[in-house]
Design a protein around this ligand. Structure first.
Ligand code: TRP
Length: 332
C-alpha cells in the first residue's frame, strides 16, 4: 500500500498595521519566500489581527478592513488557497488559549529583554501606555507558531529574536510537561532588507514604501522623488550605487541591473535615467500582482470565503495541539 507522505508544516504571519496594504519590503522579505515554499511544505499563513491590538487599541475599527487587505495581498502575490491555509488569527480561538497557558511558563525577564518590546514601547504615540498585552507580544507569537507544531517559520531577519524566545518557551514547556513542541527552524528569506525611497529600511512607519496596491503612476512619482547618491551632482559624476535607493530597486527588479550599476558608477548615466528605468522595472514586475489584486478587490466575498476555509483547516491542527497541551498539563 502506498503511504501518503505528509509534508512538513510551516507557519508564518503578518500584522495588519495601518491600512494593511503590504509593500515591497514585505513582498521580498517574506511573502515571495512563502509563495516559493508552497509546494514543498504545508503552510499556515496567518494575519495576526490580535497582535495589531498591541499598538492600535484606539483604532480597533480599522483592524478588520486592514486584515482583509493583508489577505488580498497574500493572494495577489501568489499564495494559493488550494495549497496554503490563509486565515485570521482571531478566527482560531486556540491562539488565545495557548497564549494564556504559555504565559504561565514564561519568566518575566525573558519578555522584558526582547528588543522589540522597548522599541515598540518607545514608539507608542498619543495617550497610549505600554500594555500588559504589548509585553506579551512575543508570547502570543510563540503561541501562533507552536499551535501548529511546525518544522519552521519563514520570516525576515527582523523576527529572529521572536523565534529565539519561541524556542526557549517551547523548551521550558517540554521540560515541565513532556515533549509536546518541536524545536523550530528559522527559514530566513535570501533577500537582504529592502531599501526604502529614502535609503533607510523600507517601512510603513517611515513613509518610504512602495505598495503592491499603488498605481503605476504613484509608483513612478515616488521613484522620481527618491533619494539618490548626494555626491552625484551632475550626470557624469561617478555614482555610488551601493547606498542609492533607486539603484537598489534596479538591483531587485531590473533584469539589466548590472549595466545600470556599472554605468552609474562610471558616471555614464544620470539619476533621472536610473529612476525612469527603475520605475518601469518595478511596474513591470508588479503588473500581474496588481491585476490579481484588482480582481480580488471586486470579489471580497471570495476573499472572506477563503479566510473561512483557511480558518477551518487551521483549527484542525490547532485543536489537536491543544488536546496534547491540556493532557500534558493535566488540565480538563
Ligand atoms: N511579529 C511578526 C511581525 O512583526 C508578526 C507575527 C506574529 C508572526 N505572529 C507570528 C510572524 C508568527 C511569524 C509567525 O511581522
Amino acid at each position: 500500500m502506498i503511504q501518503a507522505v505528509s509534508k512538513k508544516r510551516l507557519l508564518s504571519g503578518m500584522q495588519p498595521t495601518g491600512t494593511g496594504k503590504l509593500h515591497l519590503g514585505n513582498l521580498e522579505g517574506a511573502l515571495r519566500n512563502w509563495v516559493g515554499l508552497q509546494d514543498e511544505f504545508e503552510i499556515y499563513c496567518c494575519v495576526v489581527d490580535w497582535h495589531a491590538l498591541t499598538t492600535r487599541i484606539e483604532d480597533t475599527e480599522g483592524i478588520q478592513e486592514a486584515s482583509i487587505e493583508v489577505a488580498i495581498d497574500y493572494l495577489a502575490a501568489g499564495l494559493d488557497p488550494a495549497k496554503t491555509a490563509i486565515f485570521l488569527q482571531s478566527q482560531v480561538k486556540e491562539h488565545a488559549e495557548l497564549h494564556l497557558l504559555l504565559s504561565m511558563v514564561t519568566p518575566l525577564g525573558w519578555v522584558e529583554r526582547v528588543p522589540t518590546f522597548k522599541e515598540k514601547r518607545d514608539n507608542l504615540t498619543g495617550e497610549a501606555d505600554a500594555s500588559y498585552g504589548l509585553l506579551g507580544y512575543p508570547v502570543l507569537q510563540a503561541a501562533d507558531i507552536l499551535l501548529y507544531r511546525p518544522f519552521g517559520v519563514p520570516v525576515g531577519k527582523d523576527q529572529v529574536p521572536h523565534l529565539e524566545i519561541t524556542r526557549e518557551i517551547a523548551r521550558r514547556f517540554n521540560f515541565l510537561f513532556g515533549d509536546v513542541f518541536p524545536d523550530i527552524a528559522n527559514v530566513l528569506s535570501e533577500t537582504p532588507q529592502m531599501m526604502g525611497l529614502d535609503a533607510r529600511k523600507m517601512s510603513k512607519s517611515y513613509g518610504n514604501a512602495i505598495y503592491l496596491a499603488d498605481s503605476e503612476e504613484e509608483t513612478a512619482t515616488k521613484i522620481m522623488g527618491a533619494f539618490t547618491d548626494p555626491t552625484k551632482m551632475r550626470k557624469d559624476d561617478p555614482g555610488h550605487p551601493d547606498g542609492c535607493a533607486v539603484c537598489a530597486l534596479n538591483r531587485v527588479y531590473n533584469p539589466n541591473w548590472k549595466i545600470t550599476w556599472e554605468e552609474d558608477a562610471a558616471g555614464l548615466r544620470g539619476c533621472v535615467q536610473n529612476k525612469r528605468e527603475a520605475a518601469e522595472a518595478v511596474n513591470a514586475a508588479l503588473l500581474p500582482i496588481r491585476q490579481k489584486r484588482k480582481d480580488l478587490e471586486q470579489d471580497r466575498g471570495e476573499v472572506l470565503r477563503i479566510l473561512e476555509t483557511g480558518a477551518d483547516r487551521a483549527r484542525e491542527v490547532a485543536s489537536e495541539t491543544m488536546s496534547l497541551v491540556r493532557k500534558a498539563m493535566h488540565l480538563p
